[in-house]
Design a protein around this ligand. Sequence first.
Ligand code: OAD
Length: 263
Amino acid sequence: MRDGDRDVLIQRTAEALVQTRRAVALTGAGVSIESGIPPFRGPGGLWETMDPMEVAHIDVFRRDPEKVWKLLIEGMQAVLSVARPNAGHTGLARLEQWGYLRSVITQNVDGLHQAAGSRDVIEFHGTFAWQRCQDCESRCATGKVDLSRIPPRCACGGIYRPDCVFFGEMIPPQHLARAQRLMARCDVLLVVGTSATVHPAAMIPLLAKDAGARVIEINPEPTPLTGRVSDYLIQGGAGAVLNDILGCVEELRGLGGHIDTPR
Ligand code: OAD
């Protein structure tokens, strides 16, 4: 992609956001890389050094929770606890505040969209901010859990697990249903920083496409969606690309009538 092409795509995206006002974003680990959180796949990815079926599958957790806590959860928690939102997160939050973005559906468990100010966030794969007891199902904020003993335990004696989705588990049905409803009605889907390889999240862009939405990818690399499902890919990091889109949206807002054109 040449610089000129990039500028055209940024402008086209800003216009689509401003005109439709029914956009949704689907995000993945790539949006949090600039916050210092490693992705799962690709260079520096977590699954390059660990087999997810050995450390992130629910059967492994049930068999050996101490292993999963020590190999995966403790390390991830340490990184997440110091991470702060970057320009990608704040860009999406700003688009929501301005009324151009309905919701963010995120596969991330880091809470950075909310920390940036996004209000309607569907945490498709759950969250690391809370722990849930395997036995009594009660929840406790991660910061309040006694981690002096691994695996940590609830007052009932049950073992705590992050309130996220492990491999082999279902997506919370309310999240799945809400994502499906949003896709049936959205005009623009921004797909930001996901390899689009893990289902059912990877199906979300297909649902949007089938419902007639424009699907726009923001990613430094092509994905399985590129050239098949997405209308186009804006190649680059989430922070820089969203910053540029915001700049164009701001210009269009300044032009007045343009943004209120009914469809
Ligand atoms: P991946 O690690 O699979 O993909 C990260 C994507 O981010 C890749 O497509 C990169 O090209 C892209 N990327 C890299 N740098 C970027 C940047 N600066 N800005 C934007 N994008 C960038 O992460 P996910 O697609 O989120 O699930 O992975 C999906 C799921 O697989 C995760 O939710 C997790 C994992 O196993 C579970 O644990 C259930």
